[in-house]
Ligand binder design. Structure first.
Ligand SMILES: *Cc1c(COP(=O)(O)O)cnc(C)c1O
Length: 428
């Protein structure tokens, strides 16, 4: 490849960040299963600890296996740097830890993964990080929620579980006017279907547990620094704009420029909070990432066929999938995810909660479990499971009413997927 050729997405998915192991020639990225790394000498150790040089110290803070994964996801998202952590939820904690002090506020879309709604409403509140909810169907609610205490806005590109597509650019404009970063959870879309950086995202988070890993075998999360937010423009983000005594009064936002946020998350958040990803999980997720483009296209194509089948089934009262022409989010999907609207869709089954429970008990090819983004087709009734810890009103607002069934359509033969749903619907 000549120097000035910019590799395409599919090439980055296979190669970004990786090279044959310099010591052994191993073509696959090795699993560096070690807690710590030997220093060259005392000066080398001091420069690593003082952030004067980049290098490996201890696997809570960095690992060569995870470093390849970080470089790959940063390349796929078009960011400047990334930080892999133990889970998607850990990514959210580490991001907000870098932005918030007790008493601060952040604005979040109501249409979020149920676990995030819980995390924001309960654990984050106990840290003094106060969430204000807004509605992606009415952008003015984001504008109205802005206050002098607002430190960030948090949305999902494609929202779990409703098959909802967010108008990222419109919300990015609100964030820009407020002078705060826009955080986009891009788990359901992945950078193959949607590139939030192109629409004004400042920070991207993923549960790599889902489509980036893609095989339902490892929990992991990642934070991508898009490199555009000016942390030094105000004194609102002291972790980035104020001297750090433990690092010789270094100002991270000054020293590390357009990847300062990723550094702050690593050397303050991950260092102190501790949710490190294991090198083995990074290895499995890295392997999965190589086929991300192939899988996401097949997931989306299969999901669209399944959605069309369901839309014409007499026992199905409604289907929410932005890939279907006529869906209320179809226009936004055409704009933000033109290659497909992803694997996840919801539909209403006639007979409400009882019929939903019957359906998930009757499938054979589908697995009844609480996950998305596996190669295998998955099904769940959110009302009685993932969203059961929320109030009735919150469940409905999050698109998880009593009759709602959620599918994560896998990459099996689509005729087998449809046949399984057909036989299970016949039993409801
Ligand atoms: C699963 C999920 C999370 C949480 O990720 P974990 O890896 O389970 O901690 C966050 N956001 C979305 C959209 C998810 O689907």
């Amino acid at each position: 490849m000549s120097e000035d050729r910019v590799p395409g997405f599919d090439t980055l998915a296979v190669h970004a960040g990786a090279q044959p192991d310099p010591t052994t020639g191993a073509r696959a990225t090795p699993i560096y299963q070690t807690t710590s790394f030997v220093f060259n000498d005392v000066d080398h150790a001091a420069s690593l600890f003082g952030l004067q040089a980049f290098g490996n110290i201890y696997t809570r803070i960095m690992s060569p296996t995870s470093a390849v994964l970080e470089e790959r996801v940063a390349a796929l998202e078009g960011g400047t740097a990334a930080l892999a952590v133990a889970s998607g939820h850990a990514a959210q904690v580490v991001v907000l830890h870098a932005l918030m002090t007790p008493g601060d506020e952040f604005i979040a879309a109501r249409q979020l993964y149920g676990g995030s709604i819980n995390q924001f409403n309960h654990s984050f509140k106990s840290f003094g990080w106060n969430v204000k909810w807004a509605d992606i169907d009415d952008i003015s609610t984001f504008e109205a929620a802005v206050s002098p205490k607002t430190k960030a806005i948090f949305i999902e590109s494609i929202a779990n579980p409703g098959g909802v597509v967010t108008d990222i650019e419109a919300i990015a404009a609100v964030a820009k006017r407020a002078g705060v970063p826009l955080i986009v959870d891009n788990t359901l879309a992945t950078p193959y279907l949607c590139k939030p950086v192109d629409y004004g995202a400042d920070i991207i988070v993923h549960s790599m547990t889902k489509f980036i890993g893609g095989h339902g075998n490892s929990i992991g999360g990642i934070i991508v620094d898009c490199g555009k937010f000016d942390w030094m423009a105000s004194d609102r983000y002291p972790m980035l704009s104020q001297p750090r005594p433990e690092y010789n009064d270094m100002v991270l936002g000054e020293t590390f420029g357009n990847f300062a946020f990723a550094i702050a998350c690593r050397v303050l958040g991950l260092r102190d909070l501790g949710p490190a990803i294991s090198p083995f999980n990074s290895f499995l997720i890295l392997t999965g990432s190589e086929t991300l483009p192939l899988r996401m296209q097949k997931h989306s194509d299969n999901a669209k066929a399944v959605a069309s089948f369901l839309a014409s089934h007499p026992k199905v009262t409604w289907v929410s999938y932005a890939g279907l022409p006529g869906d209320r989010y179809h226009k936004l999907a055409e704009r933000y995810c033109p290659k497909g609207a992803g694997a996840v869709l919801t539909f209403g089954v006639e007979g409400g909660s009882d019929a939903g429970v019957k359906l998930v008990s009757s499938v054979e090819l589908f697995s009844h479990l609480a996950n998305i983004g596996d190669t295998k087709s998955l099904i769940i009734h959110p009302w009685s499971t993932t969203h059961s810890q929320l109030t009735e009103e919150q469940r409905k607002a999050a698109g998880a009413g009593p009759d709602v069934v959620r599918l994560s359509v896998g990459i099996e033969d689509v005729n087998d997927i449809i046949a399984d749903l057909e036989q299970a619907l016949a039993k409801t």
